[in-house]
Design a protein around this ligand. Structure first.
Ligand code: M6R
Length: 368
């Protein structure tokens, strides 16, 4: 059942190219127009949506953070992301022109379920992104986009996350199509790039040895930091969460731009700091993250850069460089998260922990 792998988690990490390809399958017509047939909310209603609120917990929340970047960029609709456990307790502003997007792998998370019930009471429309057919959250939603990851057994979510990203991108593009905020050929180009990603994810898996070796070398570290910017920020948070969950290590993710506003004070000589480096582009994101790497190195810490293949700028100041294939900034989380998942899985294995059933955690959290 584990298909020759030591853990379900590792097997599920390796299943990601297929899981993402399956999630993208059959979602558009030959001329490139997206057809998300599970959406039972009329196009007129969708065009009138004034605000989107994404609600989720844990890893699904980080997928939601990535979705916000994509949705606002493509659809020009204000989009908030909120922890499900906070949502209904703060009297949120929700109404008939609010689209609440609930992201849940299991479809049974109590915090998320209670949040959508609250949203529906306020007459919001609810769309679920879910991996479990017929589970409670999609049953109580107006629309569903199912991810096709197959059953996820490991408590630490991996293929759940990347398929959620794929579904969020599809939703963003679909809304852009309905609202007319992107041209058909622009949408088509992004869909094509999305469809080209599973083989690139496979490349990351095939070239994983450096990250596995790194886990063996960092086994004595009390604490590991993760930095990222833009969509790399939720990836950094996810890398830290994976490490907390299964390696029981103190791990924290920060927005790289916040470093000088506080976190840099905890950087110590020898401390491993993973840095998700954005692709080089027209904006200054990339160069700013490179300066962060220099700052970390100047304090004697060990920057581990996760950067695209031919980016030589990371080499001078990083102690280790993990390479990624070239992809657009907004889609980079699909490949960038993989080394972090593998790192956590390997480190927890070396430490002798039960990777699939970490202490104190349950696969689905059905109490608030
Ligand atoms: O099933 P859900 O996506 O609603 O679960 C949400 C979180 O409980 C879940 O992502 C949790 O954080 C995982 N253990 C992360 O690996």
């Amino acid at each position: 059942e584990k298909g020759g792998f030591d853990w379900f988690m590792r097997k599920e990490i390796y299943e990601q190219p297929k899981a993402v390809a399956d999630t993208l399958l059959g979602r558009h017509t030959d001329d490139g127009a997206l057809t998300l047939d599970e959406i039972r909310i009329s196009e007129t209603e969708l065009r009138n949506i004034a605000k989107i609120i994404i609600i989720a917990a844990g890893t699904s929340f980080y997928a939601g953070m990535v979705a916000k970047y994509a949705i606002e960029h493509w659809c020009r609709v204000p989009c908030e992301v909120e922890l499900a456990s906070e949502f209904r307790y703060r009297d949120p502003i929700v109404g008939p022109t609010t689209l609440v997007v609930a992201i849940s792998q299991s479809g049974e998370t109590a915090d998320t379920l209670m949040a959508i019930r609250h949203a529906r009471e306020q007459h919001a429309r609810v769309l679920a992104i879910c991996n479990t057919n017929g589970s409670t959250i999609p049953r109580e939603s107006d629309a569903v986009i199912y991810t096709h990851a197959g059953p996820e057994i490991g408590v630490a979510s991996t293929k759940g996350f990347t398929t959620q990203l794929a579904a969020c991108y599809l939703l963003g593009l679909y809304l852009a199509q309905v609202k007319g905020t992107m041209y058909g050929d622009e949408i088509h180009a992004v869909v094509k790039e999305l469809e080209s990603l599973p083989p690139l994810m496979q490349q990351v898996l095939d070239n994983a040895q450096p990250v596995l070796d790194l886990a063996a070398r960092l086994v004595d570290q009390p604490s590991v930091l993760f930095l990222g910017r833009h969509v790399g920020y939720p990836v950094a948070l996810e890398g830290a969460l994976k490490l907390k969950e299964i390696a029981y290590l103190h791990a924290e993710g920060f927005a790289a731009g916040e470093l000088k506003h506080g976190p840099i004070a905890i950087i110590e000589p020898g401390m491993p700091v993973f840095v998700v480096v954005p692709p080089r582009g027209r904006d200054q994101l990339h160069d700013k993250v490179i300066s962060n790497i220099q700052e970390i190195r100047a304090r004697g810490a060990r920057p581990i850069a996760i950067a695209e293949a031919d980016d030589a700028t990371v080499e001078e100041f990083s102690t280790t460089v993990i390479r990624l294939p070239k992809v657009s900034t907004i889609l980079q989380p699909l490949v960038a998260v993989i080394p972090l998942q593998l790192f956590a899985c390997e480190l927890a294995t070396v430490l002798g922990h039960d990777v699939d059933q970490p202490r104190n955690l349950a696969k689905s959290v059905t109490v608030e």
